[in-house]
Design a protein around this ligand. Sequence first.
Ligand code: AMP
Ligand code: MG
Length: 303
Amino acid sequence: MIFIFSALSTQYSALSINTQHLTLIMSYAHRITGKKKIKLKNIDPDDDGGLTREQTEAKTAKLCAELTELQTLLYAAGDQSVLIVLQGRDTSGKDGTIRVVMGPLNSLGCNVASFKVPTERELAHDFLWRVHQQTPGKGEITIFNRSHYEDVLVVRVHNFAPKPVWKARYNHINNFEKLLVDANTIVLKFYLHISKKEQEERLLEREQDTTKAWKLSVGDWKERELWDDYTDAYEDAINKCSTKDAPWFVVPANKKWFRNLAVAQAIVDALKPYKKEWLKKLDGMGAQELVAIQEFRQQKKEK
Ligand code: AMP
Ligand code: MG
């Protein structure tokens, strides 16, 4: 079998060829590992991988089912944790991604932590204090709906902290995420990439839809005025804090259905390599308990 890896802008694809099969494994999100600096303007938010909505939704449903299976193994094996960070501008689809991609997960081992404007007590601590408390335990998946990255995004754009303070945070974040990785946490960070025009349409749509009106906020229109400052801040966060073990994924997110596929695919791809290890551990655990049960029965018989 021959593997050919080809670079398609920052995206990559693996072409696996043998005489009987020709498969193209495409990653839909752009995985950033920090080796090459990215510019958001070079990534098309409208990208849909050349798929129709129907094809995409069918693929996503399959991946969500696979993810649920993987979660069961992760939970039972209890060796790894998974941290999924969702970031993006207002209306970029953080809530929708949680509903569609993470919704089918077993809530027994899955938590969502949303990070809002810090409370007085939170502000009285270092910026990672409130975040570290919410990280996943062994066997758990935690989704961060916004995260510690707000402290180099909104804080930077609005000068809520002096420049030397927020500048030092990229290093703090890298060290923090390394600590999590060293404690067996699989760290996956997603930037949901929408265009300015798409955001306008979504904000206007909220004004017309009573079921979405609760999300209306004049703040969103004000933040929109700072679009370019946020672009700079996101690019720095992504470029400075992408590592092999805690990568950022830039997800084309103008099409909600494609966004869901891209996130689901990236998570499944990250967890799948552990599947064998988890199954082996479960086999071992099962065998050990079977011996204990047999011994218990034997002892009862002998009494
Ligand atoms: P939402 O995501 O609509 O619930 O809004 C949460 C708000 O909290 C957003 O405007 C964030 O920018 C803001 N936020 C989150 N974390 C921080 C932070 N560390 N400092 C200041 N504002 C924050
Ligand atoms: Mg909002």
